[in-house]
Design a protein around this ligand. Sequence first.
Ligand SMILES: Nc1nc2c(ncn2[C@@H]2O[C@H](COP(=O)(O)OP(=O)(O)OP(=O)(O)O)[C@@H](O)[C@H]2O)c(=O)[nH]1
Length: 326
Amino acid sequence: MKKFNEKIPNFVVNSTKNIALISSVILFPFLVVDVIQGQYLIAAGIAALMSLYVLAAYRCHRGKYSLKLSLFGIAPVITVLSIYSLYKLGISASFWSFAAVFVLYFALPLRLAASINVVFIIIVTPFAYKVMPSNEFSRFFLVLIGTSGFLFMCVREIYSQNRLLIKLSFTDALTGLKNRATLTDALLHAININQRYRTPMTILMIDIDNFKTINDLYGHITGDNTLKSIATLMRDNFREPDTLYRIGGEEFLVVLHDTPAESAQPIAERFRLAVENASLIANHKVTVSIGVCELTVEKSPQKWISLCDKRLYRAKAQGRNRIVCM
Ligand SMILES: Nc1nc2c(ncn2[C@@H]2O[C@H](COP(=O)(O)OP(=O)(O)OP(=O)(O)O)[C@@H](O)[C@H]2O)c(=O)[nH]1
């Protein structure tokens, strides 16, 4: 359950909060009317549901979405309330079933919401059949199924767009490498692994030499193509668990997992040579300078990057097209 909870996207937290608040407000007049009309059990159910909604809204407002509250609180209370209202009030209470389907889709993760919806429809159907003339029942049933299916497709689309947006926000549009947004988290993760398992971690900062000259001599399109080619060379030269970033204009970073500085040095050198020999631009040698820095006592992402940046700067100062490891 905890593992599942971690995957819940932000928009579910927000939609749960908003739906819970709006539903509480909408339910209030019904609570009053049911009390006045002596429908105490329905009124009690509405009061219980409102309390759950307020609790869910409060938790979501604090950023603590509770799957248990939606799954074991809101979903069963909504189901029982819908059935009991149908049983007591007849056809006039049937519209609550549509509201229930809607709330379930927006207050639960998609797959769970779809399963709970199926269960909800299976449970509600016989009660609806009992209280409705067959003509009305078939319409109710078909529209309920249609609403559930339609909502499933809409919410699935929201999930897919949400995933795409998250991916795009972490990706550099030109090269397809990761952008700077996740770098600090990735370095913190590397630091945690290093501290817990003593796994050596090294970063490489890679900067294209005299890139301004490339832009000036051959134009920005060639400059952009050079950046893309460097990204391709990085993908070809580094292995799978290593993570590749474009962190600035012509600056790249690689996190080498389980790699001490002694092993990182030949890896960096191999990449430097790969760029030098790649003939990226006709009659123009493209080269890179690389700073290499193993995580040692500087256990903060900023200090780690800053130390590596100093080494990169020294590689530039010493004449470019070289690596500096200390
Ligand atoms: N084509 C292109 N150029 C870019 C992009 N981002 C940054 N630049 C250019 O990259 C150049 C970087 O120039 P500098 O910071 O002077 O560095 P450099 O010319 O590589 O010199 P050294 O790093 O000292 O070797 C600038 O001219 C930027 O305009 C981009 O996305 N595409």
